[in-house]
Design a protein around this ligand. Structure first.
Ligand SMILES: [Zn+2]
Ligand SMILES: [Zn+2]
Length: 112
């Protein structure tokens, strides 16, 4: 017999959150590094300006950097100009990136 999650939740209550044996403060530095890595434009390595997010790999890159790729692309690779610089997925980019990442990018805001 298969017990649905719903039934389990009704009997046992929702699963408790597993305890991490690490304090937030202990990993803060690592987390910051990781965060900066995740936010950086994968092409220029800076904070992305007018960032786009690849729908496939969720990497961020500047709109400008993507356009550069477009301009430098060779005719013989059709479609390359519209590819994600990271995963090469055919361009399906989000203009509105993940809100959390957007907040981080805004924090290091470029002058307007
Ligand atoms: Zn860039
Ligand atoms: Zn991608």
């Amino acid at each position: 017999m298969v017990i649905s999650d719903e039934t389990v939740n009704r009997i046992m209550g929702p699963e408790p959150i597993p305890q991490l044996d690490i304090e937030m403060s202990e990993i803060q530095n690592e987390l910051q590094k990781k965060m900066a890595e995740e936010i950086n434009c994968i092409m220029c390595g800076n904070f992305p300006y007018q960032p786009l997010e690849c729908k496939n790999c969720n990497k961020l890159f500047c709109k400008q950097c993507q356009l550069q790729l477009k301009n430098s692309s060779q005719q013989e690779t059709p479609g390359y100009d519209n590819c994600c610089p990271s995963c090469q997925a055919r361009g399906d980019f989000l203009q509105n990136i993940n809100k959390v990442l957007q907040n981080c990018v805004d924090f290091c805001e470029y002058p307007h």
